[in-house]
Design a protein around this ligand. Structure first.
Ligand code: ATR
Length: 261
């Protein structure tokens, strides 16, 4: 079988390494590639991808855009974002990855969420499923956050919507901070200081390993500083189940830890 991940940029993706290693270790005849697609080529390339691969993952910035080219599965339809495709059907497994990654961690409310893209959609849905309803939503493009808040109000979430430039001002009101954007991937930082984070119980960053935000949260003594790897792991478990290839949790966990630590 042939799998891949599509997105742009993909340099930092751990997915090809851990899926290929898992397929090898589990004796599954399958390959997993990284296919970078420039935004202007998306419409042309997505048809080729759908033809050529049995399944694929979707990451920044295509989780919403891909919806126009697949048949949405139940959760993808509700969340309006797709991160996993199999045989032409688009699924959302990010929300489950997010919820499972927080087992044993109490998310205090209100939860401050930065970002209004596909990852944010999955996380807002995950918050709803966890019964966390009070959200402060910030985004660089304010109107996009407003639109997202309006959509998710139907699930009973209540929002305060702000621009990202107001982050420092609203942080004191929040008990948890979730970054759903790519900020930090290339070392970018939010305009905040460690003392702005010291009252928080949880700082959750979908970017993996050692971003300025994570380092700052550790310095500030935040109890739970979580990077993108647990969510990556748990959404991958769901993807493998959809693809019919989840054979052994023990094996997959070992392979994932070897690749991602
Ligand atoms: P995905 O679907 O993977 O979440 P996306 O839909 O492109 O990707 O969304 C990316 C999110 O990261 C958006 O909230 C985006 O903010 P805008 O809506 O203003 O574009 C945010 N983002 C990306 N780069 C950013 C940056 N340098 N600073 C702040 N926010 C950024």
């Amino acid at each position: 079988m042939k799998f891949c991940i599509i997105g742009y940029p993909l340099k930092h993706s751990l997915s090809p390494a851990f899926y290929n290693r898992y397929f090898d270790a589990a004796g599954i005849k399958a390959t997993y590639e990284a296919v970078e697609i420039y935004p202007e080529e998306f419409e042309e390339k997505i048809h080729q991808i759908l033809e050529e691969y049995d399944g694929f993952n979707v990451t920044i910035p295509y989780k919403e855009r891909v919806l126009g080219f697949v048949k949405p599965g139940k959760n993808a339809e509700v969340i309006q974002a797709v991160n996993c495709v199999f045989e032409g059907v688009g699924y959302n497994t990010d929300w489950k990855g997010f919820v499972d990654s927080l087992e044993g961690v109490e998310l205090g409310e209100p939860v401050l969420v930065v970002g209004a893209g596909g990852a944010s959609r999955a996380i807002l849905y995950g918050l709803h499923r966890m019964g966390k309803n009070r959200v402060i939503l910030l985004n660089r493009t304010f109107e996009r956050a407003l639109k997202l808040a309006k959509y998710f109000e139907r699930f009973g979430l209540s929002f305060e919507v702000r621009g990202l430039n107001e982050l420092r001002e609203v942080l004191p009101k929040a008990l948890s901070f979730i970054n759903t954007t790519s900020v930090g991937l290339k070392g970018e930082r939010f305009s905040i200081f460690p003392e702005d984070l010291s009252h928080l119980e949880v700082v959750y960053d979908v970017v993996y390993g050692g971003t300025p935000l994570q380092k700052m949260a550790e310095k500030a003594g935040v109890r739970h500083v979580i990077d993108g790897r647990p969510m990556l792991y748990f959404q991958a478990v769901e993807n493998l189940k959809i693809w019919g290839l989840f054979r052994s949790e023990e094996l997959f966990m070992r392979v994932f830890e070897e690749v991602a630590s």
